[in-house]
Design a protein around this ligand. Sequence first.
Ligand code: ZN
Length: 436
Amino acid sequence: MTKTVIENCKIIDGLGNASYPGTVSIAQNKIVKNESFDRAAADEIIDASGLTLMPGLIDVHCHSTFDEPSSNDELFFHRREGLAAIVAGQNVKKLLQAGVTGFVDPDGIFDVTIDLRDAIDAKIIEGPRMLCGGNALLTSVGGTAGRLIPDKGLRGYAKIVSTPEEIKTEVRRQIKNGVDWIKVHVTGLVPRQKGKGEIQAWSLEELKLVCDTAHELGVPVMGHCRNSQSIKDSVEAGMDMLLHATFMDEHALEKVVEKNIPLVPSFTFQANLADYGHRVGANEDLKEIFRKEIEESASMLKKAKTAGVPILCGSESGFSLTPYGEWHYRELEIFVSDLGFSNLDAIAAATGMCGIHAGFNGDTGVIADGKFADLILVDGDPSQDVRILKNKSNIKMVFVGGERVDLTPNRERNPISGWRVSEYSSKTLTQETSGD
Ligand SMILES: [Zn+2]
């Protein structure tokens, strides 16, 4: 049994408690209580002077199979199953390099999420501890990709279900194949409702059927919800976690508080677009919409937190605006700046709270006896400023299940044939713009 001692470090436990100086030991894949550990029996002693030991980050909203598309066209029509799996196997290493030792992938293309998780579990590839959904359930109204979503069948990450029979069959199919979560796209965009944001695309009865069918088989359900009614109905239907949960009114908040349903605001994508969109040629209208989503939703989420609702960090990594390994820390930063979290609370929202509330059974996300040794050693003290986690060179060591991870950066990739969608141009070439 391999035994490692990490000593002389500052320890952040992942539960929101103040940091303290101490020693942590690892035996095989678990953390061992200091007092019961014999230092002389250690195989390796790590002197971590000046460093902070904390649970690795858990990102509860990361799409590991998308490979950073810059459009829905690319995501839905230009990915191939086998190659997506191979590429995802490389991309998850970038999560480790950024200090992410666990993540939840809500939905993926084909069945790649399930295969990726099993390959990580089997140690065929190195990656963070992973839980996954399969294909997101959509009604024929669609989600956020408009007419790209067909009336039936599978497209990209979306499985369209219309009848109660189809709903039950699909939920059971996914569970048979091994998903940890069922994901429902409860709201979606409809063209003539423009300006009203996303609208609810499911009836309460349909949502109940999803939840009942999944729960009978012991699998939790999460919903993508971007308005009050969808939040109310999702809670009523029995959902176990809500992604976004934005534009919530008082009544929806009451329901969430009453059932204590974890929320994953996933503001990083919005904040990245609002703050840096101009640097990458993003659409100006979207910039406004996304900044507004954060501003308008912050007060309700603050109230939810005060009422004890678990608010979890999820970065929505996997798109061109949220590439793997770059922005996982940012949700913590936003929780501090926009939701009034302390640095320690933000860390707990990205570690211990996720371990408890995102399906990991409380086995990871904290530094405590008997938990998985999913740990990072950080140069500096994130409990003073979570932005220390932004700089990957501050992540000195990463352990997943007690095994130290290789942090060597991935090789530079060449373009993959037919993988990215090229745009003709980002502007229209009129005679005026031609400059002639
Ligand atoms: Zn998402």
